[in-house]
Design a protein around this ligand. Structure first.
Ligand code: SF4
Length: 477
């Protein structure tokens, strides 16, 4: 297959061939004009910090930057919901000329008095980096006046890509870590990092760990709290999901407080089970019964999951999927998830994968699979069309590509409203894939119309029934 690609990007797209040594160019600046699917530095830091629910999040910049943040992730909180309010200093032309420091200070003092947060994060945007406001000095001044941590996030959008935003967020959080009391924390304790509690997923994972007898000290950042971040250095282990977002924080904690780190993924059967067993193995010297408890938990969950997967697989066997996600770690899990459904991933890529990540992807994918780094709509559309995929898994920016081409779509990113993590999440995922791939609506799209049977009244009825039972009855009669 010869996809339409910019010549300068050719080294970032590789088709896996058995026997070839795998090599891909990645972790580089996006090609100008290619309309990368990546977001800016500010966005990267915002998505990591935003779920801290009892903190004030103030975007120092023009209102346009803040518009991107209104509930863009369905990060749920079990308590306060201050994170759902989006505040901006709304910098205008006059502020750009004379500086925005006074406006920032006034905004912080007013918002802290009104909302009484436990900390405040102040995000620098592009224009703040250009005009040179001393955000750090204002944060220090307001912190002294209000008595709460006011933390600058060095996230000027033009500074790099989304990955640089993750780092900025981790450096900001590190200012809180180590400031709280760690007394009373169990020797069998962990922090869950890199999970944002979309659709309440972190509660599913937390419950698994608690059934194993482990205390979860802090969830970072899903359902996050300032106080938990302050004392999380007292946990015995950091368990990091997602290769990019919070690994920097874990590394900083390892260096400063000696907290060991393991990586995990909570998607799919193998990776979910492995995450639990890896943690159990880490603590088995302290608690010899933990492996047996973990095995019992996995067995119980699989006894519900596997029969349902077998049913869905009957329809899905042989279908094809394209996967394009933010972090490569999720892509590994998705390749394995589709295999359980009898489906083949023919294209897989990420916005922020490293060479190591892509080598791992190449090792688990099938011969002929296209592996792509930092893609753009033109390429993705071409892959979807040429490889005739049945479902595209991605985020909000990939959804229109799929629908315009008449292909099923599964949101595996920040807008999803259904939990996809854990064993129960695997059932939800499989059911969503089945519903989408098997929907009769695709028979009416130009892409498929020529290759399938002609549209009949029965097709129309079946399609309508997926929307509303009433029109279906009418169409059938
Ligand atoms: S690139 Fe700059 S202006 Fe655009 S959203 Fe990011 S910070 Fe704001």
């Amino acid at each position: 297959m010869k996809p339409a690609i910019f010549e300068q990007r050719s080294k970032q797209i590789v088709q896996k061939r058995e026997g070839d040594e795998f090599s891909i160019a990645c972790n580089r600046d996006s090609l100008a004009g290619a309309v990368s699917q990546r977001a800016c530095v500010f966005c990267g830091s915002r998505v990591v910090l935003y779920p801290i629910a009892d903190a004030l999040h103030l975007v120092h910049g023009p209102i346009g930057c803040a518009a991107y943040t209104w509930d863009i992730r369905g990060a749920l909180s079990s308590g306060p919901e201050l994170h759902r309010l989006s505040f901006s200093t709304d910098l205008r032309e006059k502020d750009v000329i004379f500086g925005g420091e006074k406006k920032l200070e006034a905004a912080l003092l007013e918002l802290i008095a009104q909302h009484k947060p436990n900390a405040a994060f102040v995000y620098s945007t592009c224009i703040v980096g250009i005009i040179g406001d001393d955000v750090g000095a204002i944060c220090k001044k307001v912190s002294a006046a209000t008595g709460i941590p006011v933390i600058p996030v060095q996230s000027e959008g033009f500074k790099g890509n989304k990955r640089a935003g993750y780092e900025a967020a981790c450096r900001a959080m590190m200012q809180l870590v180590g400031t709280g009391d760690t007394s009373g924390i169990s020797p069998l304790s962990i922090n869950i990092l890199g999970d944002f509690n979309l659709a309440g997923e972190i509660w599913i994972i937390k419950e698994y760990y608690e059934r194993m007898g482990i205390e979860v000290v802090a969830t970072i950042t899903g359902d996050g709290r300032v106080g938990d971040l302050a004392r999380c250095h007292g946990a015995a282990l950091n368990v990091v999901q997602c290769s990019g977002a919070t690994m920097d924080l874990a590394k900083m904690m390892q260096e400063k407080f000696g907290v060991p780190v393991i990586r995990a993924s909570y998607f799919g059967i193998e990776d979910m089970s492995k995450a639990l067993y890896d943690v159990a193995r880490h603590f088995q010297d302290k608690d010899p019964g933990i492996m047996a408890r973990t095995a019992a938990l996995v067995k119980e969950e699989l006894s519900v999951l596997l029969p349902r997967l077998a049913e869905l697989r009957k329809d899905l066997e042989g279908k094809k999927a394209a996967v394009y996600v933010g972090g490569a770690f999720k892509a590994f899990s998705l390749v394995k998830c589709f295999r359980h459904l009898g489906m083949k991933v023919v294209v897989v890529g990420s916005q922020t994968g490293t060479e190591e990540d892509y080598k791992e992807l190449a090792a688990i994918t099938d011969e002929g699979t296209i592996i792509v780094d930092d893609s753009n709509p033109l390429e993705l559309a071409r892959f979807v069309k040429d490889l005739d995929v049945d479902i595209f898994v991605g985020g909000v920016k990939e959804r229109p590509i799929a629908y315009k081409l008449g292909v099923g779509f599964c949101d595996h990113n920040h807008e999803r409203k259904e939990a996809l993590e854990g064993f129960v999440g695997m059932i939800n995922f499989a059911e969503e894939v089945h519903r989408t791939v098997m929907s009769p609506v695709w028979r009416f799209t130009p892409r498929r119309r020529g290759s399938l049977q002609p549209v009949t009244a029965l097709d129309a009825a079946a399609c309508a029934s997926t929307v509303s039972p009433e029109p279906a009855k009418e169409a059938a009669s």
